[in-house]
Structures are given as C-alpha cells and as structure tokens.
Design a protein. Structure first.
Length: 294
C-alpha cells in the first residue's frame, strides 16, 4: 500500500507540475508574467541572428570635428559601397546609433559596411552611409544641458558630408533603438523637404513620460515636445519603413505608431538585439536606397 501511495503521489504531483508549467507558459505568452522574450529566445522563437554578408566592404572615411551644437568633439564615419566611383556624387543615409553607442557602432555591431555593399550588388543604386556620435543617451533631441544632436546633424554634419562630395539636399535616415526613435523624430521635424526616406528598427517609443527610460527626457514637457505619435501629417510624404521584433519591449508602441502612418516593414520574430537588427538591415538598406535614388 505504501508503494502504491508513493507512486500515486508522484503521479499526482507530476501532473500538477505539468499543469502549472503549461499555465505558466500561457501566462507568459499572454504578457501576464514577464520574460516572454527570454522564454522565446530559449525556445528559438525569436528568429535567427543576422550574419554579415560575405562581400568585401567598401571604402571607409572617419574623422572628428568640434561640435558647437553638442558642445563636444564628435567622431564620424562614412561608408561607401565596394567599387563605388569616387567621381560620382552619391546620395547619403544618416545612421543614428542606439543608446550607449557611437559612430563606430554601425560597423562594429551591425556590419553596415558589408550590408551596404551587398545591397548595391543586389541591384540597389549606390549610396553612402554616414554615422556620427549623437551622445550615449541623448535620444537625438535637444537636452536641457544644451546638447543638441539634432541641430548637429542638420547644421554641422550634413555640411561636412557635402564637402566630402555627397548629395545632401535631401537624404535618408536610419536608426535602431534610441536611434530608431531619433530617425523618426528627425523625419517628423524636417518632413519631406529634407528627408526623403526614414527607416527605424526597434525604435524606442513610449506613450507616457512615466514609462520612458531614465534619462531619455528632461521631464514631461520635454517628452511632449519630442513626440512622434499624432504627427501623421508630418510624415505624409516621407517614405517610411518601421520594423520591430514581436518580443521587443517596444513592440506594442511600434504597432500603435504603424496604425497612424503609412510604413513598409512590420513586426517579425525577434527581440531587442543586434542579431535582429542585422537580420533586418539588408531590407532596410534596399528600401532606403530605392527611395533616395532620385
């Protein structure tokens, strides 16, 4: 009898664990329990990481300048597709890095130089990518400290790119995470008069100031002044592509923004990782290259 009871207890206990486990997964899937992205990562449901194309990178130029708009010295990098004719003035796409990044992140984290060559080899008209230091946590807008990365882009970096022989009358902009938000904000502020196309990967978006990451804004007023929601008219003639992983913490806000604007892209398997951004980078560059070629 004791053996029977022990086995019976084991069976009942095992069933309870199984039910609890199944319920737990269900709660995570429903968003009730945190960790959905981590669980999906373990289960392989966030998709494969992007791998740099096996193509030669093109020429790269780098330098720095003293930025009056930012009150500091900023570094920059310009990437050209392999085999580009140096005598042809190329259109340019600005690349805005994520939080904690700098102008080197486009190559070091995303292999953007190789993805650029691959896009051109696949038939996209040649263009250049230009990255610059926007501040580790500036969120690409003017801050109470006086640091103004958006003004730096328009009044200092673009004139520098023009001196390098690039076409800057109208340009594209692409960013990820903090930089994805920055790309959308710059497009809304400048509209189609200057920004022909904008791409955002996992843009850092919040509906309320109380939800924003610490340090992203200088308060509620700063948050309200620099919103991208409710500005469909400002995006009207800007070609947009917005991508986000379904397991990204910004997925719900990105989904909401996509209901307001007309944008290519969508929500795919993925999380808030460099692997996801690399996976999406090729499609983003093909889109931007096509939209800025004229």
């Amino acid at each position: 009898m004791s053996r029977y009871l022990s086995r019976r207890s084991l069976l009942v206990g095992g069933a309870a664990v199984a039910v609890a486990g199944a319920s737990g997964v269900g709660l995570v899937e429903a968003g009730v329990v945190p960790g959905r992205g981590r669980l999906h990562g373990v289960l392989g449901l966030t998709g494969e990481d992007g791998v740099a194309p096996d193509v030669p990178p093109g020429a790269v130029e780098s330098g720095s300048f003293a930025s009056a708009a930012r009150g500091t010295t900023v570094g920059w990098t310009v990437m050209y597709p392999h085999g580009a004719d140096p005598d042809v003035a190329l259109p340019v796409v600005l690349m805005l890095h994520g939080r904690g990044g700098d102008h080197t992140s486009a190559i070091n984290d995303l292999n953007a130089d190789r993805y650029l060559t691959a896009a051109v080899q696949a038939g996209t008209a040649p263009f250049a990518l230009a990255a610059v230091d926007g501040g580790a946590d500036s969120y690409w807008h003017r801050r109470a400290s006086g640091d103004d990365p958006a003004r730096m882009l328009m009044t200092e970096f673009l004139p520098l790119l023009k001196k390098l022989g690039l076409r800057t009358e109208r340009f594209g902009v692409l960013g990820w995470s903090m930089g994805g938000y920055g790309a959308l904000l710059l497009a809304a502020e400048q509209s189609a008069k200057r920004v022909a196309a904008a791409g955002a990967m996992s843009p850092a978006l919040w509906h309320k100031a109380s939800e924003a990451a610490s340090g992203a804004y200088d308060g509620v007023d700063d948050f309200q002044r620099n919103q991208v929601f409710g500005r469909a008219a400002d995006f009207k003639d800007v070609a947009l592509r917005i991508d986000c992983g379904r397991d990204d913490p910004f997925a719900d806000a990105v989904r909401d923004l996509r209901t307001e604007v007309t944008a290519a892209g969508g929500l795919q398997a993925g999380a808030h990782t460099a692997g996801y951004w690399r996976r999406m980078l090729g499609a983003q560059l093909a889109f931007l290259g096509e939209k800025i070629r004229d």
